[in-house]
Write a protein that binds this ligand. Structure first.
Ligand code: NAD
Length: 411
């Protein structure tokens, strides 16, 4: 199943509950604008390279469109379209005044020098500067892009439209960024984990956690849950999995990864396992925080965790989602689980517009408030309507976007 089909499937389940007409479904699913541009650059060795860039602007009924920029060889229009639509529902679930967008370039950043990466980024902005902007569409980092790339975007956009740091978020803290943006998504995952563990009647010290992916999201979620007294027994990254039955030393692993190119390769304070084994561990909580599509119809039966929090985008395939739901496995869906990042991006944008900055405590406090409220609303709706948390989250997002669309006047 292609990425956008999966989003459509979840959308339609929620739309059935909301009794939306076919015409309204088509309106809400269709992107406002899809742009494909040519990005021609000169490589450091003088070769000409022509790349394709995409920006999909899905919906702006609740505010300017918001979404990351992914530089990855597998980027295509279908993937960008599905991620743009997910951003619309995500920003609506956490009730921040944004719509949804996503962009990407099909390129392997590992094959580029920093200068080449900068040239590609600036050329992309040359092609799309007219359709992005602080009141229209605000990019942010995603796979393959980082804070430095965001600074280049701001600088290039400002050459056309004048100084305005709010055109992009996820910028370096010392260049109009915000404290706490880096940890935000992982911290949001941790906040939700603590809430739902309590709601399901479990205790934090007896909750064993396995986390796939020890990058930005996974490592901060691990740190938060370690500090909250949970037992993080397994972590992993591209180099494989690391397991310790009595709980890993997460601050130690964090330090190790930072000192070794953000990778756990060679970490010896744990038993080595594979990424597949990690997913199938006997734990109370499983957090996929690396890639999409890792829990499939093939491995769903082997998943022992009764609770999964989708920190990555779309880590559970729809067919696996059904199999797990039948077994009573509770899944906190990506559009709620990883919304902490876009929430703190919103705070960054607010501050850029006010030329003011909050301290880290305030950012954390506001993040906790937004995530907690969204969780309570989705939890209540799922109980009330007897639907999964995923369907409830989609219902919440779709009804907010639908209401705004109708209030603005459709034609
Ligand atoms: P990252 O690049 O910082 O980390 C990714 C991690 O996954 C790394 O530890 C990497 O080694 C690991 N990994 C890569 N390939 C793997 C494999 N085959 N098996 C196991 N591990 C593998 O990325 P991130 O920012 O932490 O994002 C992780 C996921 O969360 C992505 O799906 C991303 O779209 C999603 N997400 C991120 C944010 C954010 O704010 N960073 C927000 C929302 C969603």
């Amino acid at each position: 199943m292609k990425s956008f089909e999966a989003v459509q499937l979840y959308f339609n389940r929620a739309a059935d509950q909301l009794e939306l007409t076919d015409n309204m479904r088509t309106l809400l699913l269709t992107a406002k604008r899809e742009v494909q541009v040519q990005i021609a650059i000169e490589r450091d060795n003088g070769d000409l390279e022509t790349l394709i860039g995409f920006r999909v602007q899905h919906d702006n009924s609740r505010g300017p469109m918001k979404g990351g920029l992914r530089f990855h060889p597998e980027v295509d229009l279908d993937e960008v379209r599905s991620l743009a639509s997910l951003m619309t529902w995500k920003t609506a679930v956490v009730n921040i005044p944004y719509g949804g967008a996503k962009g990407g370039i099909a390129v392997d950043v590992r094959s580029l020098s920093n200068r080449e990466l900068e040239r590609i980024t600036r050329k992309f902005v040359d092609e799309i500067h007219d359709i992005i902007g602080p009141d229209h569409d605000i990019p942010a980092p995603d796979m393959g892009t980082n804070a430095e790339v965001m600074s280049w975007i701001m600088n290039q956009h400002n050459k056309y439209h004048g100084f305005n740091p709010g055109v992009v978020t996820g910028k370096p803290v010392e260049h109009y960024g915000i404290s706490g943006r880096e940890e935000a998504t992982g911290r949001g995952v941790g906040i939700l984990a603590v809430k739902i563990i309590g709601r399901l009647g479990h205790k934090l010290p007896t909750t064993r956690v396995a986390i796939q992916g020890f990058g930005n999201v996974g490592s901060h979620a691990a740190q938060f849950l370690h500090d909250a007294d949970c037992k993080v027994v397994a972590i992993s990254d591209i180099s494989g999995g690391y397991f310790r039955a009595d709980g890993l030393d997460i601050p130690g692993a964090f330090r190790y990864a930072n000192e070794h190119g953000r990778c756990l390769e060679g970490y010896t304070e744990a038993e080595k396992i594979t990424n597949e084994q990690l997913l199938e561990l006997d734990v109370e909580l499983l957090i996929p925080a690396a890639l999409g599509g890792v829990i499939t119809a093939e491995n769903a039966a082997k998943i022992k965790a009764p609770l999964i929090i989708e920190a990555a985008n779309a880590p559970v395939r729809p067919d696996a989602d059904d199999l797990l739901a039948e077994r009573g496995v509770v899944i906190v869906p990506d559009i709620l689980a990883n919304a902490g990042g876009v929430t703190v991006s919103y705070f960054e944008w607010v501050q850029n517009r006010q030329y003011y900055s909050w301290n880290l405590d305030r950012v954390r406090q506001e993040l906790e408030r937004v995530m907690s409220q969204a969780f309570e609303e989705v939890w209540e709706l799922s109980r009330e309507r007897n639907v999964t948390l995923r369907t409830a989250a989609f219902m919440q997002g779709i009804s907010r976007v639908g209401r705004a669309t109708v209030l603005a006047g459709i034609t």
